[in-house]
Design a protein around this ligand. Structure first.
Ligand code: ACO
Length: 325
């Protein structure tokens, strides 16, 4: 098989910063609680009413294409991971395809909450590995501010808006995506979900009056599952490939809570200087966190570096990817 390798990375972050101090004015909370419990200092918010997830995804994709110096019509496939699509349908990927002018690409979305980027990346890699595609854009983009209740202190402190995009091509050497392990466990308790707007509870005046279009989370329950799930799935893939902490150059974790990241890094005995952490600046951007980390660290990454990507999210969905940069 052809191995799929990431050949460029792009990103988009809105300019507006929502700080912990701003949130102190909005809900009963304080900077110290938020920093200690989550590691977050500020998040970015997309203020323009006429712009949403596809706008951010398209900006990130354009940057990735520019960096690689190729035009959009060379793209075969576009996969967008998001839980905040522009519309429930058509897919946000179709909007991105039109915005960037990728006229030869077919495009679709992947819905796997905070694990969305990992699932999308392995989906995109599959097209390269099979030889069906030569150039695939994988995008993680979320405008979480569109589903966050800014009167609910248990969720509004966590999330931010942003997008990242990677270009996948066939590897010419031994680098690229080596393996992945993904898991799903249907969350019958609905510990993390958006109650209304889907086919079970279609949007109505009542659902809006009841605030059921906002993301709801049982934070404690999800926290427990996330710490165990992310650490376990990192161990699993390391065992599978007989990797020790010394072999790993970087852990690229989903940024939901700094404490979840710390537990994961500790379990696999990885020093903090090998862990990508930008949750302090952007909060949890859901599908955006992992490609935004890759973007922020791209100057420090060397060819052949061994990376473990890991995420846990609503669904429940979780997984890890082992790749050589
Ligand atoms: N400011 C001040 N106090 C607060 C706040 C706040 N913003 N929010 C909650 N509290 C209070 C609670 O009311 C509670 O008070 P009590 O003890 O008097 O009842 C106390 O602080 C502790 O609350 P907990 O919910 O137990 O706090 P916890 O330490 O669990 O932190 C958090 C909450 C940050 C939400 C954490 O549970 C978490 O990160 N959960 C997991 C998030 C996650 O990984 N999600 C998955 C990915 S997201 C996706 O897939 C879309």
């Amino acid at each position: 098989i052809n191995r799929a390798v990431i050949t460029s990375v792009g990103h988009y972050l809105p300019e507006h910063r929502l700080t912990n101090e701003d949130l102190e004015q909005m809900v009963e909370t304080n900077d110290e609680w938020i920093r200690k419990r989550t590691g977050i200092k500020e998040r970015r918010i997309l203020k323009d009413d006429d712009k949403a997830t596809s706008f951010m995804g398209a900006e990130a994709a354009r940057e990735a294409l520019n960096e690689r110096g190729i035009s959009a019509d060379e793209i075969d496939t576009i996969v967008v991971a998001t839980v905040t699509p522009d519309y429930l349908f058509p897919a946000t990927a179709c909007m991105v395809q039109e915005k960037i002018g990728a006229s030869n690409a077919y495009a679709f979305d992947v819905s796997a909450a905070c694990s969305g980027f990992l699932y999308a990346l392995t989906t995109g890699a599959g097209f390269i590995e099979s030889g069906r595609a030569e150039k695939v854009l994988v995008i993680g983009s979320d405008k979480m501010s569109s589903i966050v209740d800014y009167t609910d202190r248990s969720t509004c402190i966590l999330f931010g808006d942003g997008a990242g995009a990677v270009l996948l091509e066939a590897s010419e050497d031994e680098t690229g995506i080596i393996d992945y392990i993904h898991h799903t466990e249907g969350d019958t308790d609905l510990a993390l979900y958006q109650p209304a707007g889907g086919s079970l509870n279609p949007a109505s005046e009542q659902t809006v009056a009841d605030g059921l279009h906002y993301a709801k989370q049982d934070g404690r329950k999800v926290f427990k599952k996330a710490t165990v799930g992310m650490a376990d799935v990192c161990e699993e893939i390391m065992e599978e490939h007989q990797l020790t902490a010394d072999d790993i150059d970087w852990l690229v974790p989903h940024q939901a809570n700094k404490r979840i990241i710390d537990v994961t890094a500790n379990r696999i005995n990885l020093d903090e200087d090998k862990v990508m952490i930008n949750i302090d600046r952007y909060g949890n951007t859901t599908a955006g966190t992992i490609p935004l980390c890759l973007y922020d660290w791209k100057e420090e990454l060397s060819h052949g570096d061994k990376l473990i990507l890991a995420a846990f999210g609503g669904g429940y969905t979780w997984g890890s990817i082992y790749l050589k940069w």
